[in-house]
Design a protein around this ligand. Structure first.
Ligand SMILES: Nc1ncnc2c1ncn2[C@@H]1O[C@H](COP(=O)(O)OP(=O)(O)O)[C@@H](O)[C@H]1O
Ligand SMILES: [Mg+2]
Length: 361
């Protein structure tokens, strides 16, 4: 043991040296002693095996697990660097690009965990995301991770496990429908916290928070941090949809949308304002369409009678696409000389008539 890194309600984490291999490791010792009937020990070993089977650059690697004087412990790779939670605690909101990069790496890891191992983490939050000095994000704390059988049952008793500020309604209600979309909601809450610096439903008791996850709402991220993009707000709103079926079907879709937002765009299918999300809807400004492109009014086009989501009259829209714009411009230039002639002829006609009228009378 080298030194204590962290001490929580359930476990102590130590920096340690694995002498035979001469390498630094982390050891997590659970504070609760195992039952003498070994039932808890067996459950712990089952969980440790599930965690150890996950081998991914964005997941803390479990090296060993066991029991010493009835204390259960995990040995893991040591990750030098703060957690995303430490960073937001000391600096406030992270830049959007950094929050999105963390979100992308977490999605890659959870895609692998779900697709190849049917594992749901169940406790995704900034405190469980370690930011390695080399820039990589690593998911830690797989203690609550569930391996879902084909029947999809995850929770054995009626106890709600997890962290209420980040968990979805189905986890608050102890439903047996947990799946990859459960972690998506927690990733949404994590991005909200990282992007705004504000903990979802902070300053409430855990029971109140759990109830708010089912019934309540938090302000639009843009209200707290106006620098956030509309794409970021729409991403978090969709990840935190109350109903699992309104989130994403799979992690690939989440990753594709994170990349769209990173490039300054809008997500592929933003939730309409009438679908319930824990995050308040962020209406798009009047001059933006729902692809995140600025709306430009086509020259001479008449305003249409309908309204857009911002309650403003909309005009005929074209996407700002460089190719299309240059083609439109070229056409305008080409058509100009041809358009002059009818006017010239008309004017000449009128002049002739006026002249004739004056000459005759
Ligand atoms: N592999 C690791 N390398 C370095 N620090 C770690 C590692 N695992 C955990 N920690 C530190 O210990 C803290 C608590 O670890 P965690 O596994 O999340 O336990 P808890 O169950 O108490 O939340 C983390 O927030 C992090 O600061
Ligand atoms: Mg933790």
């Amino acid at each position: 043991m080298v030194n204590k890194i962290a001490e929580g309600g359930m476990a102590t984490v130590w920096k340690a040296c694995q002498e035979k291999l001469d390498r630094v490791v982390a050891i997590k010792v659970l504070l609760k002693q195992a039952d003498s009937d070994q039932q808890e020990y067996e459950r712990f070993i089952y969980e440790a095996r599930a965690a150890a089977s996950l081998i991914h650059p964005n997941i803390v690697q479990v090296i060993d697990a066991g029991e010493h004087d009835l204390f259960l412990y995990y040995v893991m790779e040591y990750v030098p660097g703060p957690t995303a939670g430490d960073l937001v605690d000391s600096n406030g909101a992270l830049p959007e690009a950094q929050a999105l990069q963390i979100g992308l790496e977490v999605s890659e890891a959870l895609d692998y965990a779900w697709r190849d191992h049917r594992v749901v983490h169940c406790d995704i939050k900034p405190d469980n995301l370690l930011l390695h000095r080399n820039g990589r994000t690593k998911i830690a704390d797989l203690g609550l991770a569930q391996v879902l059988g084909s029947e999809g049952v995850a929770i054995e008793d009626d106890m709600t496990l997890g962290t209420p500020n980040y968990f979805p309604p189905e986890q608050a209600l102890v439903e047996d429908t947990l799946d990859c979309r459960t972690d998506m909601y927690a990733l949404g809450a994590t991005l909200y916290h990282l992007g705004t610096g504000s903990l979802p439903f902070g300053d409430m008791s855990p029971e109140e928070v759990a109830s708010q996850q089912v019934h309540g709402q938090i302000p639009s991220p843009k209200e707290i941090n106006p620098k956030l993009s509309y794409g970021f707000c729409a991403l978090v709103e969709r990840l935190m949809a109350k109903d699992q079926q309104h989130r994403y079907d799979g992690w690939e879709d989440v990753m594709a949308d994170i990349m769209r937002v990173r490039e300054g765009g809008m997500i592929r299918a933003p939730l309409s304002g009438n679908i319930r999300s824990t995050v308040e809807h962020t209406p798009l400004p009047a001059n933006m369409n729902n692809r995140g492109n600025k709306i430009v009014r086509k020259r001479g086009a008449r305003p249409a009678g309908s309204l857009n989501s911002g309650g403003q009259p909309i005009h005929r829209t074209v996407n700002v696409n460089a190719d299309a714009l240059s083609r439109t411009r070229a056409n305008l230039v080409k058509e100009k000389p041809a358009n002059i002639w009818p006017a010239v002829l008309l004017l000449t006609g009128i002049a002739t008539l006026l002249y004739g009228y004056t000459f005759l009378f």
